[in-house]
Design a protein around this ligand. Structure first.
Ligand code: DQA
Length: 146
């Protein structure tokens, strides 16, 4: 059975209350429930983690090799700063899809650089909560065609 690790980075536990004009009003619990539903339909095991701590995220990814078929990650603010998370993704060597609720390229300049994108299989940015669902669809497709 394929299994996918989903990681939500810092402040995403606040979805629904956090800058709703940018990130929308849907909570992380609702997004996770939608992801679980899609995964179940495709007989894929989903493990979901959220952390505000860079080291914790590095450890989740560090244990992913040989345990997960793919990684779906919204690194949130760490997207723009974390060499450690980027290196963890590169080391894991499993197909990784980077997602963002907002279009990071349409926002402040400091968000235009993603340290993750060069080591990701692909990036989905700007579709709100749908970015996660599109990201999972992309992973299911990758796993099917592997
Ligand atoms: C984000 C975009 C990041 O720039 C920001 O720091 C976030 C969320 C997004 O999903 O749009 O926390 O990754």
């Amino acid at each position: 059975m394929n299994s996918v690790l989903v990681i939500h980075g810092p402040n995403l536990q606040l979805l629904g209350q956090r800058e709703p004009g940018i990130y929308g009003v849907i909570t992380l619990a609702k997004i996770n429930a939608q992801l679980k539903k899609i995964a179940a339909k495709h007989a894929v095991r989903l493990v979901i983690r959220q952390s505000n701590h860079e080291g914790a995220i590095v450890e989740y990814i560090g244990k992913a090799k040989n345990r997960f078929s793919a990684l779906l990650i919204n690194p949130a603010a760490y997207t723009h700063t974390s060499v450690a998370i980027r290196d963890a993704i590169a080391a894991a060597g499993i197909p990784t899809v980077e997602v963002h609720l907002s279009n990071i390229y349409a926002r402040e300049e400091f968000r235009h650089t993603s340290l993750m994108s060069p080591v990701a299989h692909g990036v989905i940015s700007g579709f709100g909560p749908q970015s996660y669902l599109l990201g999972l669809a992309a992973i299911l497709d990758l796993l099917k065609n592997r």
